[in-house]
Design a protein around this ligand. Structure first.
Ligand code: SF4
Length: 223
């Protein structure tokens, strides 16, 4: 099969992706770059839906989970449910040893960098493209998320669920019996590490319970 030519500027492609389904977008990515050169990232929260979609689009696709060492037990349980359920190549990237245990308290940016960003860099170091579950409705900062673009490394980044609302996600999860993280039903619409995640209060946005009091809105993976 002749590989698809991927242009440097992906804006036109991004506009054309509005008419594709998430499965079609991921299949395009695999055809353009080769299955071995792409991966999906999942925090094993509501983005388990992305794992479901990706496993149907490209069975055997690599799914990367960043194990920060600070995940809720429910999140780790979800990892195992995904391992049992889906035909994907699960790759767990553990945080390096020796990171100061309480760094999240005094320097959350540095903590996220060591426990998330650097392990992701390693996971992506051999890849040409990656897939994330980022959606425009996640937060105001993510409102302009494109379907496809080049990230700061020059890799192609696909966000096939970018246009999905919370209702779209919930409906898909219900219809397809996706093993979602149980914390979602316990009042945590956005889930990260336990020291940096609380339930949002009435009137707050879903991600307002992340890094509460630190003025931080993103871990750095999707900037
Ligand atoms: S979310 Fe909190 S504990 Fe997890 S890596 Fe970031 S700062 Fe550290």
């Amino acid at each position: 099969m002749t590989a698809l030519v991927v242009p440097d500027d992906l804006r036109e492609l991004d506009a054309s992706f509005a008419s594709l389904s998430p499965i079609e977008m991921i299949q395009w990515l695999a055809e353009a770059h080769g299955v071995e050169n792409i991966c999906v990232t999942s925090a094993m929260t509501s983005d388990v839906v992305l794992v479901d979609v990706a496993s149907k689009a490209v069975p055997g696709i690599e799914v990367v989970f960043l194990d920060t060492g600070f995940h809720f037990p429910e999140t780790l349980e979800t990892v195992e449910n995904v391992r049992r359920r889906y035909p994907v190549e699960l790759r767990i990237m553990a945080a390096p040893a020796g990171i100061e245990l309480n760094r999240w308290e005094t320097d959350p940016d540095g903590c996220c960098n060591q426990r998330k960003v650097l392990p992701l860099e390693e996971a992506l170091s051999t890849k040409h493209a990656w897939v994330s579950g980022v959606r425009r409705s996640d937060s105001p900062v993510r409102a302009d998320t494109p379907f496809v673009h080049r990230d700061k490394r020059g890799l192609v980044k696909l966000n096939p669920l970018a246009a999905w609302t919370d209702d779209d996600l919930a409906t898909y999860a219900m219809v397809n019996e996706v093993p979602m993280n149980p914390l979602l039903d316990q009042g945590y619409p956005s889930i990260g590490c336990y020291p940096c995640t609380r339930k949002p209060t009435a009137g707050e946005h879903a991600r307002d319970g992340r890094w509460s009091g630190h003025g931080k809105t993103e871990c750095g993976l999707h900037l």
